[in-house]
Design a protein around this ligand. Structure first.
Ligand SMILES: [Zn+2]
Ligand SMILES: [Zn+2]
Length: 132
């Protein structure tokens, strides 16, 4: 594994907030001199291709990345875009049969619970108060 790949993986493993490529870049820039955002992005895609990392896409937000830590679901904040993991075995044992549509092979699936995190809810409440 190259120095660059190791740095990116370490940056990713050190945080559980599903950073964007930009945030990973900010974290590794100081450690690996001359590492461009394009390189970080390419390394992230490579790690995702290996199955070491995972790309998390939620509509309307930039792609985020995480170390592949097994099956789990996501809480997506509509306010700040932050994504938190949900590990609830009851949710993983859902009687879901992957649909078979036109030969499509389902590899995994994620349930997104979308809403507002505590911070964004507080901020919303404060804003409402100030508008009154
Ligand atoms: Zn939020
Ligand atoms: Zn996750």
């Amino acid at each position: 594994m190259t120095v660059q790949r190791r740095a990116v993986l370490e940056a990713l493993a050190g945080r559980g907030d599903h950073p964007t490529a930009e945030q990973v870049h900010a974290a590794v820039r100081g450690r690996v001199p001359g590492m461009s955002r394009a390189t970080v992005y390419r390394v992230l895609e490579t790690l995702a291709g290996w199955g070491v990392a995972r790309r998390v896409d939620h509509a309307g937000t930039p792609a985020r990345f995480e170390v592949d830590s097994g099956a789990h679901h996501h809480l997506v904040c509509l306010g700040c875009g932050r994504i938190r993991d949900v590990r609830d075995s009851a949710l993983l044992d859902l009687p879901v049969r992957p649909p078979r549509v036109e030969g499509f092979r389902v590899r995994d699936f994620t349930i997104q619970f979308r809403g507002l995190c505590r911070r964004c809810r507080r901020r919303g409440a404060a804003q409402e108060r100030s508008h009154r």
